[in-house]
Design a protein around this ligand. Structure first.
Ligand code: SF4
Length: 379
């Protein structure tokens, strides 16, 4: 759902400021694409993301979910159905419509507990709105809630972050996602930084905050099962795990991405162009790439090494790519294991390659060692 009340300065997602676009019509287009592409699919997980799905009026959200269920039967098949919500639009009626129509997990964009920081990001809600949104989710009956947070804004001290995180932990959400503030190409924040009008936190401070986050989340009972994801026991996101395990998924909607057996596809991004394509009966695909096997192999490593406990199941990679990572990267893996950045471990499902605690801090440097040079094939 590619609309948001306003565009956050750090955001590089396919999202557009809401200026009274016709949301009913957009939902019609999404449902039309779903009819074309996932009829009877019975998905194992569903993720309604954005943008801001909670921007939909409650009755429109209910219609979307209800018709989606008629199309693909997710309510009887899905082990986890997550919806993203932003505090300014997640009222009681929206929470109830989500709960009544099959959403089982709510993910709320809190981002910061400081008003000035939220304003600096151009977010339109207050910390109080975020706490109210959390209460609305609980009152509607949600037993699985994720809260999104961003650390390392300019000037933030370790103590401030520690205190904010403690306040969030005290709410008792089942899952926390703690991201370092990032400067993606083309965002307003990156332009401000490049113009010298925004001073990013120093690298050392970011690294300290990363480690502190893991430490205090662990002490509060949240396992760090991915670089930025923390879950109480049994509360890891099944949907996100499927990305990190490089399993197949379908993306429906403007700009939505999908992955199937080494083929990556992305839909048309602009909502009105996407709608026009769908209403003309066309597949709204913008690009589809059949990736060369070494690139699929790299993709498995890039995603799986984000999971420090689980790592990459080598047999799954061999099945998916026909390549053996231990042979393809014999020298690199031996060197990284000798430096205690990676380790090979045995599990019931087979041998796994995973990052050590130290390796997780240097994940980007590790991945550079595995970069393939074969181009992908566009189709
Ligand atoms: S609410 Fe989320 S998707 Fe929308 S602009 Fe902000 S970060 Fe991007």
């Amino acid at each position: 759902m590619p609309f948001c009340v306003s565009k956050c300065r750090y955001c590089d997602f396919n999202s557009y400021a809401f200026t009274n676009q016709n949301l009913e019509q957009h939902v019609d287009a999404v449902l039309q694409e779903a009819r074309m592409r996932i009829a009877g699919l019975k998905p194992q997980t569903v993720f309604l993301g954005g943008g801001t799905p909670s921007l939909l009026p409650a009755h429109t959200l209910a219609r979307l979910l209800c018709e989606l269920n008629t199309i693909c039967g997710f309510r009887s098949s899905s082990l986890e159905t997550t919806m993203e919500a932003n505090p300014e639009s997640f009222d009681k009626a929206t929470a109830q419509a989500a709960m009544d129509n099959g959403v089982t997990r709510m993910s709320i964009g809190v981002q910061s507990l400081r008003t000035d920081v939220l304003q600096a990001y151009d977010r339109v809600h207050s910390p109080e709105d975020a706490l109210r949104a959390y209460d609305n989710a609980r009152e509607a009956g949600f037993q699985r809630i994720n809260l999104d947070l961003i650390y390392a804004f300019p000037g933030q001290t370790l103590l401030e972050w520690k205190n904010d995180l403690a306040t969030i932990q005290a709410l008792g959400a089942e899952h926390l996602s703690c991201y370092e503030l990032s400067y993606e190409p083309g965002t307003a924040l990156t332009r401000l930084r490049d113009a010298g009008r925004w001073q990013p936190a120093k690298e050392d401070t970011c690294a300290e905050m990363f480690s502190l986050t893991r430490e205090i989340n662990a002490a509060a009972g949240y396992e760090a099962y991915e670089v930025s994801a923390f879950a109480q026991p049994g509360e890891a996101s099944l949907h996100n795990l499927s990305y990190w395990r490089s399993l197949n998924y379908v993306g429906i909607g403007a700009g939505a991405a999908g992955w199937r057996d080494g083929v990556r596809r992305r839909n048309i991004e602009k909502p009105h162009e996407y709608e026009a394509a769908v209403f003309a009966g066309k597949d709204p695909v913008a690009e589809s790439e059949s990736l060369a096997k070494p690139i699929v192999l790299f993709d498995h490593l890039m995603m799986g090494l984000r999971l420090p406990g689980e790592g990459v199941l080598l047999e799954r990679v061999r099945r998916a790519t026909g390549l053996d990572p231990l042979q393809e990267y014999q020298a690199e893996i031996a060197a990284l294991c000798a430096q205690h950045l990676l380790e090979l471990v045995d599990s019931q499902q087979g041998q796994r390659l995973r990052t050590t605690a130290q390796g997780l801090l240097l994940l980007d440097n590790i991945l550079v060692r595995f970069l393939p040079d074969e181009p992908s094939l566009s189709v």
